[in-house]
Write a protein that binds this ligand. Structure first.
Ligand code: GAL
Length: 688
């Protein structure tokens, strides 16, 4: 298996380190290294927001301080992930070249300030970034201490300046070729918004055209394309100097603004910044969402990934920034590893002394010593990683279940008017399906509509409102070849330019695959419910499950009805169906159900399809098992997100991964974790 950081193929432990803020405090810098060693830190990220120190004046570069620090760290066994500094630009640059600053969607250019406040199109900004990236690469890319490029920081946002508008028009022109095609794709004759020349194409400004759904969708696609293009230029600059040093960009999980699946081809390794709001309510639900985010980030390349940031303690951006309770730091850190991460890294190593993030959690607090509770938690996490490193590193996760999560679909679902403007809850629905599988220890990839489905036994496709080009055909083939598909209400409504499918829903031939016709969809008020009542012989418990928000009214056209609605004028009509198609079958869940239904439904499918589970054992509520697979050994991470102790009886043949001792039961304290070793399930050749 390919190492994510070949120069140092180990589980990484460390985080964002900002020595440029402390250059006039040499004692602090010396102490940092002493404390890093104590905390089992083997890698830090440098230079993320250091442009002002790297190029204090235009064209005047000073890398000496960075070189000294990298060398000192390396002497002490600590490797460097080196950032390109494009996430925040120096003041002098904005002063001299105002075009580098972003224009907001009201058409007004921002003043200098904040970070991530740059135009992605500006030739000047692109050139400045290229210059500094090239020089950094020339200086450091051959340095054995530097193991990975950290390209920029959390790309995000859009710019509406004249340069971006022009680029957008070009993009639109290239995509549609003729105004006739454009007017058709965006259905622009509606309200007489017909385009009669290309220079009428504008982004959806706050005080401008925001009612053409096709335009809104394309603007979001363009923003992703422009960001990826910008990132590509950054990567080209560093790879031209040393093509072998891998690159990553730190992503943000389910962040709405960018289609991260488009980033996969350009990144050697995906990394992401993980900030669950622990202890803000039900920790199991919070853990479920973190698990889904990990699975999503892993699925971009379907490969091992890095947790680039997480807080060792609290954040400073929540309404209330709570401390992590004892145990939670190790548990949440190892959760990432359980889902395929090859690192646990933090924001931030040391609390800054002033400015915006001085009160954000860090490994080292303002007291400057390694004697804090947080520091000890980090030390213990470092110990775990050291002990597991050689065993865990070569393992990976190869799910047989895919859950479709698609950014373009999300944008379209959320932009549409009706049938429930108070919320269709696409993301929450995806998360609920994921959670029901996660609770059972069924490993799941989260992929978009462009990924191949070949390797999966089960594909879960909730609320596929928009069918991207070729996707319906891929689903059809998947089922025909023997796969099991779960589709739901609010699927196959529009095509990829957001035009409604003609001839019946779900469109594009999917009525035949599901064996149903979705004639209408009823929207329910907040708090209003109907029920889904299973038929006898459906394989589901005989109870009425509550449904809410959207109820599709469907006709079975070949499908077997497994459950019917319990009330309203559509009482007795299909609420759950299954249809054999080719060698496979397609389920259709007609309404938004709760977790109770999803738990029972996926239990039925688990048994029917013999889906592998992380652990063949009954797990108490709040205890989750996750498995990493290897040739010789698999590793099962048993995680207790509940706030009381739990005991798990284990199947035969398991040992403690750290001590090597055989174990037949595990006692997990509140927020406890245990890592167990068992026989390997073998790795199929699934490299992308
Ligand atoms: C991240 C960001 C870091 C830091 C952190 C605070 O989104 O990349 O630089 O600001 O949030 O939680």
């Amino acid at each position: 298996m390919k190492a994510v950081t070949p120069r140092f193929p180990h589980l990484l432990h460390g985080g964002d380190y900002n020595p440029e803020q402390w250059l006039s405090y040499p004692d602090v810098l010396a102490k940092d290294i002493e404390l890093m060693k104590k905390a089992h830190v083997n890698c830090v990220s440098l230079g993320i927001f250091a442009w002002s120190h790297l190029e204090p004046e235009e064209g005047v570069y000073d890398f000496s301080w960075l070189e000294t620090i990298i060398a000192k760290l390396y002497e002490n066994g600590i490797y460097t992930i080196l950032a390109t500094p494009s996430g925040a630009r120096p003041r002098w640059m904005a002063q001299k070249y105002p075009e580098v600053l972003r224009v907001a969607n009201n058409g007004v250019r921002n003043a200098y300030g904040d970070r991530h406040n740059h135009c992605l199109t500006s030739p000047i900004y692109r050139d400045k970034v290229k210059q500094i990236n090239t020089r950094l690469a020339q200086h450091f890319a051959g340095n054995p201490a530097v193991i990975l490029w950290h390209i920029s920081n959390e790309y995000s946002g859009a710019c509406y300046c004249p340069l971006c508008r022009k680029a957008f028009t070009q993009w639109v022109k290239q995509k549609y070729g003729t105004l006739e095609n454009l007017n058709h794709a965006w259905w622009a004759d509606f309200w007489s918004h017909t385009y009669t020349s290309w220079d009428q194409v504008e982004p959806p400004l706050a005080n401008g055209d925001s009612t053409l759904h096709g335009l809104n969708l394309d603007w979001k696609r363009f923003t992703t394309d422009q960001t990826v293009d910008f990132m590509r230029e950054e990567i080209r600059a560093v790879k031209q100097v040393n093509p072998t040093l891998p690159v990553t960009a730190n992503l943000m999980g389910f962040f709405d603004g960018l289609d991260y699946f488009r980033f996969g081809d350009d990144l050697d390794v995906v990394s992401w910044d993980n900030y669950p709001c622990w202890h803000q309510g039900d920790n199991v639900a919070i853990a479920a969402q973190a698990a889904a985010s990990h699975d999503l980030m892993r699925s971009i390349k379907r490969a091992p990934w890095l947790q680039m940031e997480s807080t060792p303690s609290m954040t400073n951006w929540q309404d209330v920034s709570k401390l992590k309770r004892p145990g939670m730091h190790e548990l949440s850190s190892l959760q990432a590893v359980a889902h395929g991460a090859q690192s646990v890294q933090y924001f931030q190593w040391r609390k800054s002394r002033g400015s915006f993030e001085k009160l954000h959690g860090a490994v080292v607090d303002h007291n400057g010593e390694g004697n804090t509770r947080v520091f000890h938690d980090v030390e213990k996490t470092g110990e775990w990683l050291q002990q597991l490193d050689a065993k865990i590193y070569p393992t990976r996760i190869q799910p047989r279940v895919a859950l479709i999560y698609d950014w373009e679909n999300r944008w379209a679902v959320e932009d549409a008017k009706g049938p429930r403007n108070s919320g269709l809850h696409y993301l929450e629905t995806v998360l609920a399906h994921h959670r029901a599988l996660w609770e059972k220890g069924i490993a799941t990839d989260l992929i978009d509509m462009t990924k191949s489905l070949d390797r999966y036994k089960l594909v879960v496709a909730p609320m596929n409102y928009l069918y991207r080009k070729g996707y319906a055909e891929a689903l059809r083939q998947f089922v025909e070849n023997g796969g099991t598909l779960v589709g739901t209400y609010w699927s196959g409504i529009v095509d990829d330019t957001d035009l409604c499918c003609l001839g019946g829903m779900p469109g594009q031939g999917m009525m035949e695959v599901f064996g149903i016709w979705n004639e209408e969809t009823d929207a329910l008020y907040e708090g209003e419910t109907n029920t889904l009542v299973p038929e006898t012989g459906s394989g589901l418990p005989q109870k009425a499950y509550e449904v809410r928000e959207l109820c599709a009214l469907v006709h079975a056209q070949g499908a077997q009805v497994l459950a019917a609605y319990g009330s309203d004028f559509y009482q007795g009509t299909p609420a759950l169906t299954v249809h054999p198609y080719g060698k496979g079958q397609a389920y259709y869940v007609a309404a938004r159900t709760g977790l109770d239904f999803l738990r029972d439904f996926y239990e039925k499918l688990r048994l029917e399809l013999a889906l592998p589970r992380a652990l063949q054992a009954e797990l108490p509520a709040g205890v989750i098992a996750t498995r990493r697979q290897g040739d010789e050994h698999d590793f099962v991470f048993l995680q207790n997100y509940g706030d009381s102790e739990q005991v798990v009886q284990l199947p035969a043949g398991m040992t403690d991964a750290v001590t090597g001792e055989p174990v037949d039961k595990v006692q997990l304290p509140a927020y406890g974790i245990s890592v167990l070793q068992t026989a390997g399930s073998g790795l199929a050749a699934w490299e992308e």
